[in-house]
Design a protein around this ligand. Structure first.
Ligand SMILES: [Zn+2]
Length: 480
């Protein structure tokens, strides 16, 4: 029997407006090679200038992951050749990183576990190669180089080898992503490569305290792929060890189509990179005051919000949906700040609004149905002007047309009838038309009243206020 040992390096792109060492935009999706300058193109003589906001965000990550923030850290050159790296080296941090020794609590199947964080360091990203004629570099005819991403700020968060299963690995990356999202320092968009994981996997006989030979699976960019890549690599290593074949230390790539890993290159050691201190940048020094300030300004994290929402009476399911993205919890908090009752607001956001936004491809951050509109809708329900069922139709109408709930109600003339004298007339009319049913109700057949209710709803096209109709039916029959 073997025990699985996993450590994960997560590369997270920081959401600064500009790059790590120059003023170029970090905007994703712009035309290739439009956000570039002599610094990020690696022109001789161009000098890097450190982005202060990127340092602030990195310190925030360190503080929020219980790390020690080094008062002095050093940028180093990591030397290697690749066409997406025009300088011939990446500016990173090596033996004196910004943050050391932290941890992150994860929960798997209701059991909580702390995964140690070895270090967090800052570095610049490389550019991007676009292979032409095939998906893979080996099958392509030629490749284009886009340097828009070159020099965008990253933090690399290195975990201890504390992870023991694919489920724990997934929970770790999910929890880490959520932590960074709620700090507001990374958009967590794995499709666009804003967050990617390198997974180190080795096996050892159960009970052993020696590590086995590990392989590293590079750039896994979805939660599903993380689990699948680990399952496939564990199966591969298990088969090798059982056959008495040693595992070779190497870097591998996971292919989702075949759900297997294949070798990229034999693993290089850090001395292959000829690290040396970056001569164009001073050592980075950080004052105690700045760290204290950053700590005091830390936004409310997902775990803290979850506890607070629980106290508001929300269910775990509602809490999970509200926290699934900061835009959703921001929307919820705007609604409650404007006077929406938490429980009602959550019910609408998690249910009908979430579904309607998905269908109309609107986001909680960018929608015509802004938080004040939901507050308006809730008030219309509360005042009895519309029923809950009518509100669902009005919601869809408002989301597609951009009208306010009050406008939508006025335009359709669809307000709920809650006027007692108006409803009494309708109830009397229906009772007169159904004298036999009235007799049945009088004789104790209370479910016959449901038939009368249905007739009244039909007469009013569903606009009658149900509880008022119910009491009127009872009163008017008793009065006969
Ligand atoms: Zn630049």
């Amino acid at each position: 029997m073997y025990e699985v040992v996993i450590g994960i390096e997560v590369h997270a792109q920081l959401t600064t407006n500009t790059k790590l060492f120059c003023g170029c935009s970090t905007q994703f999706g712009d035309l290739p090679n439009t956000n570039v300058c002599p610094v990020c193109l690696g022109m001789p003589g161009a000098l890097p200038v450190l982005n202060k906001r990127a340092v602030e965000y990195s310190v925030m990550a360190g503080v929020a992951l219980d790390c020690t923030i080094n008062r002095t850290s050093v940028f180093s050159r990591k030397n290697y050749f690749y066409p997406d790296l025009p300088k011939g080296y990446q500016i990173s941090q090596y033996d004196q990183p910004l943050c050391l020794g932290g941890g992150l609590d994860i929960t798997v199947d209701g059991r909580s576990k702390r995964i140690g964080i070895t270090r967090i360091h800052m570095e610049e990203d490389a550019g991007k190669l676009l292979h032409q004629g095939a998906d893979t570099i080996s099958g392509s005819t030629h490749s284009h180089v886009d340097l828009n991403r070159a020099c965008t700020p990253l933090i690399e968060i290195v975990s201890e080898p504390d992870i023991r299963s694919a489920a724990e690995a997934r929970a770790y990356v999910e929890t880490l992503r959520q932590r960074l999202l709620y700090l507001g320092i990374c958009d967590g968009n794995m499709d666009e490569g804003s967050l990617r994981a390198d997974i180190n996997i080795s096996l050892r006989p159960t009970g052993s305290d020696q590590f086995g030979t590990r392989t590293e699976i590079k750039n896994v960019n979805s939660f599903r792929s993380i689990e699948r890549a680990i399952h496939s690599e564990v199966a591969r290593q298990t088969a090798l060890l059982q056959a008495g074949t040693p595992v070779v230390q190497q870097t591998r790539q996971y292919d989702d189509a075949t759900q297997s890993t294949r070798p990229l290159r034999d693993k290089e050691d850090s001395h292959d990179y000829r690290y040396f201190p970056e001569p164009d940048l001073y050592p980075l020094t950080i004052s105690d005051e700045w760290i204290t300030h950053i700590r005091s300004q830390l936004p409310e994290l997902a775990e803290q919000k979850a506890a607070r929402y629980g106290e508001l009476g929300l269910s775990q399911f509602e809490i999970d949906v509200l926290l699934s993205d900061p835009s959703v919890s921001r929307y919820f908090e705007s609604v409650t700040a404007l006077g929406g009752r938490p429980k009602d607001s959550a019910k609408w956001i998690v249910g009908d609004i979430n579904a309607a936004f998905k269908e109309t491809k609107q986001s909680f951050d960018d929608t015509r149905f802004s938080p004040d509109r939901l507050v308006e809708l809730l008030a219309l329900i509360e005042s009895g002007k519309i029923s809950g069922k009518m509100a669902k139709d009005i919601l869809v109408e408002c989301i597609t047309s951009g009208k306010s709930p009050a406008e939508s109600v006025a335009a359709s003339g669809a307000s709920q009838i809650s006027d007692t004298s108006e409803l009494t007339q309708i109830v009397d009319k229906i009772l007169d038309q159904n004298l036999d049913v009235v007799e049945k109700v009088k004789g104790g057949k209370s479910n016959s009243a449901d038939f009368l209710m249905g007739q009244i709803m039909r007469e009013t096209k569903g606009r009658a206020k149900p509880d008022l109709v119910k009491s009127l039916i009872a009163d008017r029959i008793a009065a006969r």
